[in-house]
Write a protein that binds this ligand. Structure first.
Ligand code: AMP
Ligand code: ZN
Length: 484
């Protein structure tokens, strides 16, 4: 499997630190508002990377943080007259709802910066003890970039150039810096801000140290993959490398992956979608117009290192493309039912015969497509090509499967389509069908409860269904349900 590594600017063969395991850290959002669809791009892309590793049998330890202490969170808290924690918890919950809608799996761990302060104080002290950091008279602790000889290796920047660049920008409040390119590890609190005790001052951590500490705690000193959007290469990831490697003396991350921006076009100008430019759509807004599966599909129809322009036309095209896949899945289900019905009518029992020679040949074609799909994904996760292969499979399925096909062939095609889509996080069962299954299941549980004379549970289930907008009618033919 080949991964483009920002560190070496080359595609490299993936070799895990531990056989069969992947340790992966993805920088998560700062939670002061609903996430926008630019933020959703790394979530969808790296969830797909994870899914592919899992498909290949790797055990993936996937860590993605929530930055829950930050100027923007504090500002919003002051505006609303509440604690920062109220703001961050609210938007963590909202972010998790969006992730669920986009079928992004929860991380193995979602650490929160504010719960990891002890580890940050510890790492900062280690850096001071090793001469890589120093406390200024006002209590600010800085990382001494000149003490880390590899500084600039990720962003391919030269420290001297950086220093002269920074020298031109004089920042007030940073008089205690030895060098303009040094960066903050710990800073004193300001009036009304959340703070923690430390030997340097009452204060809070800098942003970069959070990720170094959370990666170390949940994955170890050395990890396989560190990922995020390309705006994080400098300074965030460069600084993470400096902190982590200076503290541990070991290489931090083996592969650095960065997704390109999701852009928007306005009056002929292409711009990165961002909160500060005010040119964004939140995932929640998109969910009002589209199933979020469409957004996911849209993101994956481009390679993750290619810039992607968001537009209504492309979303419509994605909606139609996704519909073609879902229709193929519907056809497979219909064929399965028709084949089963025919067998019952003909009095045939058991799971049936295997595939006929023609079907064997088609199945072989499908297997070639699976290999092609894998080759695309193994080439630095080329989901755009992966999607094209899925369409080839859809075509094969549409033209070769019918109610007359053998159950084995239908099941094989259904499983193949489902598996390839699942790697991309595309669900091949329509939402309404999922809902129907859920309703039927609850009704069965209610019947069971009634049989056991557990009427309070039965009522509870009826209430739950009512909350879902479903009304039950007990009729002579059994329980019927309808939408309220
Ligand atoms: P933030 O909350 O700004 O720290 O961003 C969280 C993640 O979203 C980071 O990995 C960013 O690089 C990524 N990100 C932010 N805006 C965009 C965008 N327009 N396109 C792609 N990724 C983005
Ligand atoms: Zn980070």
């Amino acid at each position: 499997m080949k991964i483009f590594n920002t560190l070496t600017r080359r595609k490299e063969e993936f070799v895990p630190l531990e056989p069969g395991k992947v340790k992966m850290y993805v920088c998560g959002p700062t939670v002061y508002n609903f996430i926008h669809i630019g933020n959703a791009r790394p979530m969808i892309v790296f969830d797909t990377v994870r899914r592919y590793f899992e498909y290949k049998g790797y055990e993936v330890n996937y860590v993605s943080n929530f930055t829950d202490v930050d100027d923007k969170i504090i500002k919003k808290a002051l505006e609303e007259g509440v604690d920062s924690e109220v703001i961050s918890s609210r938007y963590i919950e909202e972010c998790k709802k969006d992730m669920e809608g986009m079928n992004v799996k929860p991380a193995t761990v979602h650490p929160k910066a504010t719960l990891e302060i002890a580890g940050m104080l510890e790492m900062i002290q280690v850096l001071i003890d090793k001469g890589h950091a120093y406390a200024a008279p006002d209590g600010t602790v800085y990382f001494r970039t000149s003490s880390f000889k590899d500084y600039g290796k990720l962003s391919h920047k030269n420290l001297e150039e950086l220093q002269s660049g920074f020298r031109e920008i004089k920042v007030t409040g940073e008089e205690g810096k030895e060098d303009p390119s040094d960066f903050v590890l710990w800073k004193p609190k300001k009036e009304g801000e959340p703070f923690w005790e430390s030997v340097w001052c009452q204060g809070r951590p800098g942003w970069h140290i959070e990720c170094s500490v959370m990666a170390k705690k949940y994955l170890g000193d050395s990890i396989d993959i560190h990922a995020g959007g390309e705006d994080l290469v400098f300074p965030h990831h460069e600084n993470e490398i400096a902190q982590s490697e200076a503290a541990s003396g070991k290489p931090f991350a083996r592969y650095w992956m960065h997704n390109a921006f999701l852009n928007t076009e306005k009056n002929g100008h292409v711009q990165k979608m961002s909160k500060s430019l005010g040119n964004f759509f939140t995932v929640r807004e998109i969910s009002e117009r589209y199933d979020l599966q469409v957004l996911r599909f849209f993101m994956l129809s481009a390679h993750y290192r290619s810039p992607l322009n968001f537009s209504a036309d492309l979303m419509e095209a994605s909606k139609n493309s996704l519909e073609r896949i879902l229709t193929a899945a519907d056809r497979l289900r219909d064929a399965k039912e028709a084949a089963a019905r025919k067998r019952t009518e003909a009095g045939v029992t058991g799971s049936g015969d295997g595939m006929n020679p023609k079907e064997e040949a088609y199945a072989q074609e499908a297997k070639v497509l699976v290999a092609k799909y894998e080759a695309a994904m193994e080439d630095d996760f080329n989901t755009a090509d992966g999607v094209s292969v899925i369409f080839e499979l859809v075509k094969l399925s549409n033209t070769t499967v019918s109610g007359d096909s053998s159950p084995s062939y239908i099941a094989f095609m259904e499983k193949t389509l489902h598996t390839l889509c699942d790697v991309l996080g595309i669900i091949t069962v329509r939402k309404t069908e999922v809902l129907e299954e859920e309703i039927e299941d609850l009704i069965r549980q209610r019947q069971e409860a009634r049989k056991m004379k557990n009427f309070s549970l039965a009522d509870e289930i009826r209430g739950k269904l009512l909350d879902m907008g479903i009304v039950l009618e007990d009729t002579r033919e059994g329980v019927k349900w309808k939408k309220a």
